[in-house]
Design a protein around this ligand. Structure first.
Ligand code: NAP
Length: 265
């Protein structure tokens, strides 16, 4: 049995992770950390009253509960402190919180090394298999259709923009394309009208109630276009990827980035 602690347990993703862990026969939920409603039982909240566990706001609960793997779905402002704490306390950490910068990843790598490689960290901006495939297909297509733009669409509560998936997609497209995108003659009469430029790929961030997580990659060539779209309708889409990372992390020393690293694509 792998003993799992969830950081951000009261949040939308955190609750889903708590439920998925409670329903997996190889895992046991032993800690739920969140500053929201400490002391409240998590079992009833996730529809599993047999799980007798109270939400704690103290990271030390992870050590007291002898957690093997912590899962972080918190906030871009909180995730680095959580990562430092877990690495310093030799607890493996799966990070789903988005907004980590390349400098943050370098710091995590250095810290793991400094602490004698006693813990592993796994980071994925998107745990949905369909999203990983979308990025793959977009990068493959951009070799032949180098002019590409990304539209990412999320619920209005999302803290960061553009999404981590959109940033990753732009970087993959930039790496894969054989020539630069066709130049655009448009001048912005309103700043931001053409979206954000990431590695030469325009990203447009839409935030609307009713949305969960969606992304379109539009590729254009003379006389044709290709659209690759992925839709997440429900947070359950992320759970197989999260559970896979929880089960695999002990076999991946150091820092591993991206669900694709765990899949035989
Ligand atoms: P959410 O509903 O706001 O949940 C985040 C929860 O974490 C909140 O209850 C928050 O409390 C709590 N929290 C904040 N700081 C904390 C800390 N230091 N320790 C423990 N808990 C803390 O957000 P969400 O929709 O679940 O999303 C969480 C993150 O996951 C976001 O970064 C989102 O972009 C990301 N995400 C990633 C994927 C993926 O596949 N990788 C998929 C979906 C979402 P407060 O409300 O008091 O701040």
């Amino acid at each position: 049995m792998i003993r799992v602690g969830v950081l951000g347990a009261y949040g939308k993703m955190g609750r889903e992770v708590c439920r998925a862990v409670a329903e997996d026969r190889e895992l046991t939920l032993v800690a739920a950390i969140d500053p929201v409603r400490p002391g409240e039982g998590i079992g009833a909240l996730i529809g599993h009253p047999e799980v007798v566990l109270k939400v704690s706001e103290e990271m030390a609960t992870l050590s007291e509960a002898e957690v093997d793997v912590a899962v972080d779905f918190t906030h871009p402002d909180a995730v680095m402190d959580n990562a430092r704490w877990c690495v310093r306390h030799a607890i493996d950490l799966v990070i789903g919180t988005t907004g980590l910068t390349p400098a943050n990843l370098d710091e995590i790598r250095a810290l793991i090394d400094e602490e004698g490689n006693e813990s592993s960290v796994f980071v994925a901006p998107n745990f949905a298999i369909g999203a990983v495939l979308m990025v793959r297909f977009a990068a493959a297509a951009s070799r032949y259709l180098p002019s590409a733009e990304i539209v990412e669409l999320h619920h209005p509560g999302k803290a960061d923009a553009p999404s981590g998936t959109a940033l990753g997609t732009a970087e993959e497209i930039a790496r894969a394309r054989s020539e630069p995108a066709a130049p655009s003659a448009s001048r912005e009469s309103v700043p931001g009208a053409r979206g954000a430029d990431v590695a030469g790929v325009r990203i447009h961030s839409v935030r609307l109630p009713g949305l969960v997580a969606h992304q379109e990659v539009l590729l254009g060539g003379p006389g044709q276009s290709l659209t690759i779209r992925h839709d997440t309708y429900d947070r359950s889409a992320f759970m197989p990827g999260v559970l896979l990372a929880v089960k695999e992390i002990a076999r991946r020393p150091g820092l591993t980035c991206g669900l694709e690293e765990l899949l035989d694509l």
